[in-house]
Design a protein around this ligand. Structure first.
Ligand code: URA
Ligand code: SF4
Length: 220
């Protein structure tokens, strides 16, 4: 079908958005249950399950990663793999109590590819802007319900999801940034897996800890 404007209207299956799956009321548990059935974008098809946020739902610090990885997809919780272990250590060193955190991801399903020459391993693929935008209503609802003092964006995808596509982690990390109408309540830093990939691991890790200290200092 072609509309009056001459463009083919998007079929419902082309409209990427989680919006119709969000519950009208309820807290984090209602959100988590609803998110388990989200089909707001194609990523639910190949992944095992929705990996929703976890942690203290009254936390002062809300951490946002990119998307679940292989381990998170299998276990159903965010940051349970190697990047999560490193993040826990960095938070501890920065003086942020893990019991005072809620952790989630910009995108709630694992996006991957299997390259036959490389075996059966599922290899992480970055989510597209369209998938990030589709999934954003879940993140917005988590921020609203947890109502943290500070949001920590871990890496470029989280930064872009929260602040828009012009976000650059190299320029905007380590300083308190304004977030919506919440004042200076966002701190961006690198993704913990960037430490795992780096040649100079120690220096990159120290940078992560130093950014997280800034978030710790911003807490009342
Ligand atoms: N990387 C992320 O961004 N999120 C996770 O949950 C795990 C690894
Ligand atoms: Fe829904 Fe987000 Fe999963 Fe897409 S990635 S199906 S929007 S929960």
């Amino acid at each position: 079908m072609v509309s009056r404007t001459g463009r083919t209207p998007a079929a419902p299956e082309d409209a990427y958005t989680a919006e119709p799956f969000l519950p009208a009321r309820g807290g984090i548990e209602a959100l988590r249950e609803a998110a388990a059935g989200c089909r707001g974008c194609p990523l639910h098809r190949d992944a095992t399950r929705t990996v929703f946020g976890a942690g203290n739902t009254h936390a002062r610090v809300l951490l946002v990663g990119e998307q679940p990885g292989d381990q998170e997809d299998r276990q159903g919780a965010p940051f349970v793999g190697p990047a999560g272990k490193l993040l826990d250590r960095a938070l501890d060193e920065a003086g942020i109590d893990p019991g005072d955190t809620y952790t989630t991801n910009a995108v709630k399903h694992f996006k991957f590819e299997v390259v036959p020459e490389r075996g059966k391993r599922r290899i992480h693929k970055s989510p597209s802007l369209r998938e990030m935008t589709a999934c954003k209503p879940w993140l917005d609802a988590e921020v609203r319900l947890v109502d943290p003092e500070i949001i920590v964006a871990l890496g470029a995808t989280a930064g872009k999801a929260l602040l828009g596509s012009s976000f650059r982690v190299t320029r905007q990390r380590g300083i308190l940034l304004p977030y919506e109408d919440r004042g200076e309540s966002l701190l961006a830093t690198i993704h913990p897996s960037a430490v795992l990939r780096a040649d100079d691991r120690e220096a990159v890790y120290e940078g992560l800890v130093s950014d997280l200290r800034m978030a710790a200092r911003a807490l009342s």
